[in-house]
Design a protein around this ligand. Structure first.
Ligand code: 3PG
Ligand code: MG
Length: 420
């Protein structure tokens, strides 16, 4: 049975908290967007204020081997200390003697952090280092082996603590040792943290009982990763803006010429099917009629606007054009519920940030007139932060893939493990 973080007695207890500190770092390993760290602070403070101690655990990126410094959580300890206002001892390991010793010595009020859990294959429970030509038998044997050692890994993590808190909404769609399996070691002492609680409520509110009109804005790079969500959203929303990289796949599917833009040809049939379904259901789909294109994927590349159906070879669509901006802004500003996932252009490059900025401004305007706006996905939240608009929208989700899977109606392993 799960407990409530609000009423649990943390006095003298060691709490192991799964956070999602998978944050973007620059080339000098500075944290460039600390949204996910800031989000987890109330949960950590709650345990400390209640007389407990804290063991933080997270993944960072997708390392494929142990001790790959580029993915070491040591790079973010300073940022966590700064935002928490408390010393954080770094264990330098997650599964070794040192982590166990440190955890055993923890005193109330103290915080320690484990090294990147994904340094070990056991976190994900997927074999590593298999030869490309491994036989099915070899694959099965390797899988069996890592599943067995995953049990030990999970038990070791659990042994550090008296209570387990899952506050990693961004990773809740993964059935990993630290996000799901570990919960079984704490049958009466497991709970959600405040990030998890807030996320689930915000999304449940939006999807369960949205004020209308309800619009979803989907951007990002690929159609293939968004296709299921488009279909799910069509059951809920009144209108959809489909933008970002998928613009060109949709244009190409309808016979347009998209130059060097991203065109997922294997998705054409699905794209046409979506257009047909939207028509049948009476859902308005909005696409940008024009694109701001670049010569190459470079912040300083030459730029020019083209009709999305007539992009010459040698040019790549990297943002929406002026007509698209006008159209999108016009339809966004009167919405009552807005879900935004994925930037409409390559906003990391200033030349191609105009469209995403205009979308963000229009969402802020709608919000100021009473709309509920939910922003999700690492890139859209990074964009909102870059523009300094984070506190002018209703809710910034720390989830990307997790948010989309939850909206799709899938059971998230991280959520199920606490609830069951
Ligand atoms: C994310 O940023 O998507 C989460 O931290 C989960 O990471 P993953 O996609 O590598 O599992
Ligand atoms: Mg992801």
């Amino acid at each position: 049975m799960s407990q409530s973080i609000d009423t649990y007695d943390f006095r003298g207890k060691r709490a192991i908290i799964r956070v999602d500190f998978n944050v973007p770092l620059d080339e000098k390993f500075n944290v460039t967007d600390s949204t996910r760290i800031r989000a987890a602070i109330p949960t950590i403070k709650k345990v400390l204020a209640g007389g407990g101690s804290v063991i933080l655990m997270s993944h960072l990126g997708r390392p494929k081997k142990n001790n790959d410094d580029r993915f070491s959580l040591s790079h973010i300890v300073g940022e966590v200390e700064k935002l928490l206002g408390t010393k954080v001892e770094f264990a330098g390991d997650s599964w070794g003697e040192k982590a166990a010793e440190m955890a055993a010595k923890l005193q109330p009020g103290q915080v320690m952090m484990l090294e990147n859990l994904r340094f070990y294959a056991e976190e994900e429970g997927k074999p590593r280092g298999l030869a490309d030509d491994a036989s099915d038998d070899e694959k099965a044997a390797a899988k069996k082996e890592v599943k067995a050692s995953q049990k030990e890994f999970t038990a070791r993590l659990a042994s550090y603590a008296d209570v387990y808190i899952n506050d990693a909404f961004g990773t809740a769609h993964r059935a990993h040792a630290s996000t799901a399996l570990i919960a079984d070691h704490f049958p009466g002492d497991k709970m959600f943290g405040y990030v998890m609680m807030g996320e689930l409520k915000a999304i449940d509110d939006v999807m369960g009982n949205p004020q209308r009109p309800f619009m979803a804005i989907l951007g990002g790079a690929k159609v293939s990763t968004k296709i299921v969500i488009i279909e799910k959203l069509m059951e809920k929303v009144d209108s959809l803006i489909l933008s970002g990289g998928m613009t060109y796949t949709f244009a190409s599917a309808q016979g347009g010429h998209v130059g060097d833009s991203k065109d997922e040809k294997e998705m054409h049939a699905l794209a046409l099917d979506i257009l047909k379904k939207a028509k049948e259901k009476g859902i308005a789909l909005y696409f940008s009629p024009d694109a701001l294109c670049g010569r190459e994927f470079d912040p300083n590349t030459e730029t020019k606007q083209f009709d999305v159906f007539e992009i010459p070879d040698g040019w790549e669509g990297m943002d929406i054009g002026q007509k698209g901006i006008a159209k999108f802004v016009d339809v966004i500003k009167d919405q009552k519920t807005i879900l935004w996932n994925g930037p409409v252009g390559v906003f990391e490059f200033d030349k191609f940030a105009t469209g995403t900025r205009a979308i963000a401004d229009a969402i802020v305007e709608a919000t100021s007139k009473g709309a509920f706006s939910l922003i999700g996905g690492g890139d859209s939240v990074a964009a909102i932060n870059k523009f300094g608009l984070a506190n002018k929208v209703s809710y910034n989700s720390t989830g990307g893939g997790a948010l989309l899977e939850y909206i799709e109606g899938k059971e998230l392993p991280g959520v199920a493990a606490i609830r069951k």
